[in-house]
Design a protein around this ligand. Sequence first.
Ligand code: A3P
Length: 293
Amino acid sequence: MAAPPRPQPFDFHGVPMINIFTDDWDNIQNFKARPDDILIATYPKAGTTWVSYILDLLYFSDMGPDRQTSIPIHERVPFLEFCVPPIPSGTDLAEQLPTTPRLIKTHLPVQFVPKSFWEQDCRIIYVARNAKDNAVSYFHFDRMNSLQPEPGDWSTFLQEFMEGKRVFGSWYDHVNGWWEKKQTYSNLLYMFYEDLIEDSGREIERLCSFLGLSPSAEEKERVRVSVTFDSMKQNNMTNYSTIPLLNQTVSPFMRKGKVGDWKNHFTVSQNEQFDEDYKHKMKNPALKFRFEI
Ligand code: A3P
C-alpha cells in the first residue's frame, strides 16, 4: 500500500500545526482535567517517552506483569492532542484510562494547554532539551514518521527549525514560554534532558519529591535500571515497535539517546549561524542549556 502523502503545516493561532493535532481541538480545549492528573509537557523529541516511562513505573509498577508486557507506553500515557481515526484520540484515551493518577503527555506550547489543567492546579512536568540535539532528534523522527511533514535534507530542516516552522512551532518560544509559566505556577517542575543523562537516579529523586512519592531505595533502583536507554530500546512497550506507521528501518525511535550528537550533524558554518541566531532568541540568562556534558 502506498504511504499517505505527507502533510503541510499550516498557521494555527500563530503556531505551525498539522491536522492530526488540531482536528480534536474542541475536545482538547474543553478537556476536563482532574486535580490528580499529571501532565508531561515537552517540545517534540525532548525526552517525553523517557519521563513518561519513569512516572509510569513510579506509580504503577506494582500492577502486575501484564501491564509491563502488554500495554505500550503510548496507551498508558495518552498523547492529549493526537487524533488519527480510527485510533482512539488522546482525549478519548485519557477519559478511558482505568488508573489514577492519569499521566497525560502533550507537546502543546504553554498558551494552548487546556485551561482546566491550570484551574485544577495539576502537577505538570516540563522536559526541555538543548536546541541542537533537539533539532537533530526531530529531523530523524520526521524522516521515519510519515504522519509528519517532509523533513527535507538536514540543512533545510535546520533552517526551518531555527525559523520556528516545524510542527509545534518555535523551540525557542516553547522552552521560554514554559519557563515563564514556571515563575507564576508553582506546580510545574522544569527538567532538562541533559540532567537526566548526567544522573538519572538524582532526577528520579527530584521527580519523587515533586510528586510526593517515597519509594524504597530498591524500588528507585529498579526504576533507574528499567529506564536506561538500552533497556527502553529493547523493550517493545517503550520502543514504539508496536506502531507500524513509524519506519524504524529509516531511523529507530530509540535512536542514540545522547547529549552532543549534534556535533555529528552540524557543519562549522551551520553551528556559527545557529549560535548567532540563538543569542538573539535566548535572552533570559536564567534559562541555560548544556550542549555537552
Ligand atoms: P535521540 O533521537 O537523540 O536518540 P521523545 O520521547 O520526546 O520523542 O524523545 C525521543 C528522544 O529521547 C530520542 O532521542 C530518544 O532516543 C531519547 N530517549 C528516549 N528514552 C531515552 C532514555 N532512556 N535515555 C536516553 N535517551 C532517551
